[in-house]
Design a protein around this ligand. Structure first.
Ligand SMILES: NC(=O)c1ccc[n+]([C@@H]2O[C@H](COP(=O)([O-])OP(=O)(O)OC[C@H]3O[C@@H](n4cnc5c(N)ncnc54)[C@H](OP(=O)(O)O)[C@@H]3O)[C@@H](O)[C@H]2O)c1
Length: 252
């Protein structure tokens, strides 16, 4: 994933591998390395841990979407999945927002129990996705599911969903009803229309890119049920890598 940001004066490439997670394997399903280059002459300046950057930048972008799109007085956060992204989303969401309750559901319940036992605050482990989702104001889907795990029928009107998994054109996390009856935001229109099974197979209409909302050219509509379909952009890694490099250079 190569990208250049003139605004940040940063040039990077992320090399990423993506494997099905084998049971009891300690090797993460996603592994990545970010190479940071000097834009003026191409000299390699740093090799960074891309797995940490991927975990944190993805959660950071979901947090920005949530800040703009979640309903007023959001009280309940629900996370579906208990892998790397579940942890990074929990960390940033509980740091930035004040939820009264955090719930988790995972296909393998023991991992949800382990999650609840290892994070800093109280988390309710749910036995079904439906139980976890019912009444939630903000929902994060961070699974490697290939068929829907979240159904429109279960979702509280006005809730905000960050759909982070299902990054292949034939993979799904959300059903057609939810996709079609929500206001759909994406990180990149081009990527969503070629990579996201939830967008392509549902035929849902894209309302805006998150960047358009940030720039003020499209409204956020937090009173509606909203979905942010995240696929990840190379420039997110570029900005994050430059941030880490600058902090390291400054001795922080
Ligand atoms: N949008 C972005 O920028 C971005 C960036 C990075 C990753 N992602 C995506 O985010 C998702 C999570 O990544 P991760 O790094 O957290 O992966 P991970 O650490 O391997 O965790 C995967 C999670 O998915 C669950 N899962 C696997 N297959 C499932 C299925 N068929 N049905 C329901 N749950 C299933 C696993 O449950 P078990 O514990 O039962 O195995 C586990 O909780 C992936 O789809 C990944 O491609 C998106």
């Amino acid at each position: 994933m190569p990208a250049y940001s003139a605004a940040d004066d940063a040039l990077t490439t992320k090399l990423v591998t993506f494997y099905e997670h084998l049971k009891d394997s300690s090797v993460p399903s996603h592994q990545a390395t970010v190479l940071l280059f000097e834009p003026s002459n191409g000299v390699l300046k740093a090799v960074l841990d891309g797995s940490v950057i991927t975990a944190k930048r993805t959660a950071a972008v979901s947090a920005i979407a949530t800040k703009l799109l979640m309903p007023a007085f959001a009280e309940v956060l629900c996370i579906l999945g208990a892998g790397v992204q579940a942890y990074s989303h929990y960390d940033i969401f509980t740091e930035l927002f004040t939820f009264k309750e955090v719930r988790i559901w995972n296909r393998t319940k023991e991992k949800a129990v382990k999650f609840a036992g290892s994070v800093s605050g109280p988390v309710r482990v749910c036995s079904s996705a439906r139980e976890a989702v019912t009444g939630a104001d903000v929902i994060v889907t961070v699974t490697m599911a290939t068929t829907p795990i979240l159904f429109g029928d279960w979702v509280k009107p006005g809730a905000h969903i960050n759909a982070v998994g299902a990054s292949r054109p034939d993979w799904r996390e959300l059903d057609d009803e939810l996709m079609k009856n929500s206001v759909l935001f994406v990180d990149s229109r081009d990527a969503a229309l070629t990579e996201s099974g939830d967008v392509i197979l549902s035929g849902a209409e894209i309302f805006a890119e998150l960047g358009e909302v940030l720039k003020g050219t499209k409204p956020a509509l937090p009173e509606k049920t909203t979905v942010f379909k995240s696929l990840g952009m190379a420039v997110e890694d570029t900005v994050a890598a430059k941030f880490v490099y600058d902090a390291w250079s400054a001795g922080n």
